[in-house]
Design a protein around this ligand. Structure first.
Ligand SMILES: NC(=O)c1ccc[n+]([C@@H]2O[C@H](COP(=O)([O-])OP(=O)(O)OC[C@H]3O[C@@H](n4cnc5c(N)ncnc54)[C@H](OP(=O)(O)O)[C@@H]3O)[C@@H](O)[C@H]2O)c1
Length: 381
């Protein structure tokens, strides 16, 4: 049996992952974690009886009651995410916390040489070169859960990386794919959260609407596959069936197709290098369907340009862009700024920052805090 710790088990990826794990004969749920949804965590504990359940926010934990389950130890506090991520009995860690809040625990899993199924793209956006080199040193395997990176990983299976001409990340285009600039200016929280093809947590759903999510994915691909920024492109594909493509030097293009359902990339990361039938939706080629592709509109979605810039420059830029975006998205969701302000604020903070080409992890964490403060100043100005 392989023991798995799911960091962020109450989120969109986390709840899908529990279904996937329960469909596999050779996996045991060893540890779960939640931040604010402690009632959901309690229900997950009763249904799955893991050895550990972490409530990472002590404030919320103080106001909550936990079910009395003999098999489960409840641990309270953010540091315990690292306890379960590095626990000697754990074989696989699914990193599914949203945002830079997931960095330390993902780091602990890599440092302990675990197999890491990585949904928390922010780890690579903030600290890609450091995380990839740590994984090499500690013999940790990082397997992508983001559907685009899972598709690229599958298309590259058995290929020589020197034969890659480019990788092409597909993007649904989000809820505002066909919106005019005027409509974007007036976009509401409700309309930004209304994603046409994917059911996801609120932060990544807003990122899909601004297309900052694709930017973050471009940076993630830069470090995960060790590719120069110039070899990574984005194409709009509204159906979300082709999850990404790799073009080789001879002009062949390899794609991975499946319905938009995160259970498949989670399943693949947990069963790699094997495959298993799981609770995943399948394509039905007896029904007619078509696949459309179109270039992105950089004027309407300038966030995409920030991703290429950060992937080219590296250093402290990823930490700054990621933190600025997290703070700006939170401000948009709270009604403090407009939709177009999210990318404007990120661009301004990125421009102002003191660039360091080879920062330590501590410097990146300081940059993260600095960028969040700068966003607050930007909002107040
Ligand atoms: N959803 C998708 O389809 C999808 C696809 C590709 C990649 N991803 C990536 O997967 C990650 C998770 O996304 P999601 O959509 O599943 O997000 P989500 O639904 O918002 O869930 C986030 C999880 O993180 C926990 N969490 C939130 N803040 C935390 C904090 N400060 N400390 C510790 N835990 C915290 C949440 O706990 P509570 O719910 O208990 O507060 C929840 O379990 C993100 O990095 C995202 O970019 C998601």
């Amino acid at each position: 049996m392989r023991k798995i710790a799911i960091l962020g088990s109450t989120g969109s990826i986390g709840t899908n992952a529990i279904q996937v794990v329960n469909s596999l004969d050779n996996y045991e749920l060893f540890a779960l974690s939640a931040h604010s949804k402690l009632q959901v965590l309690g229900e997950q504990v009763i249904a799955n009886r893991p050895a550990f359940a972490v409530a990472s926010d002590p404030e919320t934990a103080r106001k909550s009651t936990f079910p009395d389950v003999d098999e489960t130890d409840f641990l309270i506090g953010h540091d315990h995410l690292e306890t379960i991520a590095s626990h000697p009995d754990v074989d696989v860690v699914l990193a599914a916390i949203v945002g830079a809040a997931g960095l330390r625990s993902t780091w602990a899993a890599i440092e302990s040489g675990k197999q890491v199924a990585l949904a928390n793209k922010e780890t690579l956006v903030v600290a890609g070169p450091l995380a990839m080199s740590l994984a090499k040193q500690r013999n940790a395997t990082i397997l992508p859960v983001d559907s685009e990176h899972s598709a690229i990983f599958q298309a590259l299976n058995g290929e020589n990386p020197k034969n890659i001409r480019k990788v092409i990340l597909t993007a649904s285009g989000g809820p505002f794919r066909n919106a005019s600039m005027d409509e974007l200016r007036c976009a509401t929280v409700k309309s930004a959260l209304n994603h046409p093809t994917w059911q996801m947590g609120p932060k990544i759903t807003v990122d899909s609407a601004t297309m900052m999510n694709k930017s973050l994915e471009l940076i993630e691909a830069r470090w995960l596959f060790d590719l120069p920024a110039e070899k990574i492109e984005v194409v709009i594909h509204p159906q979300s069936i082709v999850h990404s493509l790799v073009e080789f030097v001879d002009g062949s293009v390899m794609a991975q197709l499946s319905p938009p359902d995160m259970k498949l990339p989670i399943l693949y990361a947990l069963t790699y290098p094997d495959r298993s039938s799981g609770p995943t939706e399948k394509l039905d080629f007896r029904e007619a369907f078509h696949l459309d592709f179109q270039p992105p509109d950089f004027e309407k979605f300038p966030a995409l340009l920030l991703g290429s810039e950060v992937a080219r420059n590296g250093g402290t830029t990823g930490a700054v862009l990621n933190a600025a975006n997290e703070a700006a998205v939170a401000a948009f969701l709270n009604g403090q700024i407009g939709f177009l302000d999210i990318t404007r604020a990120c661009r301004d903070v990125l421009k102002q920052h003191d660039f360091d080409p080879s920062p330590t992890l501590d410097q990146l964490i300081s940059m993260d805090l600095w960028a969040r403060k700068e966003i607050n100043k930007w909002i107040a100005a």
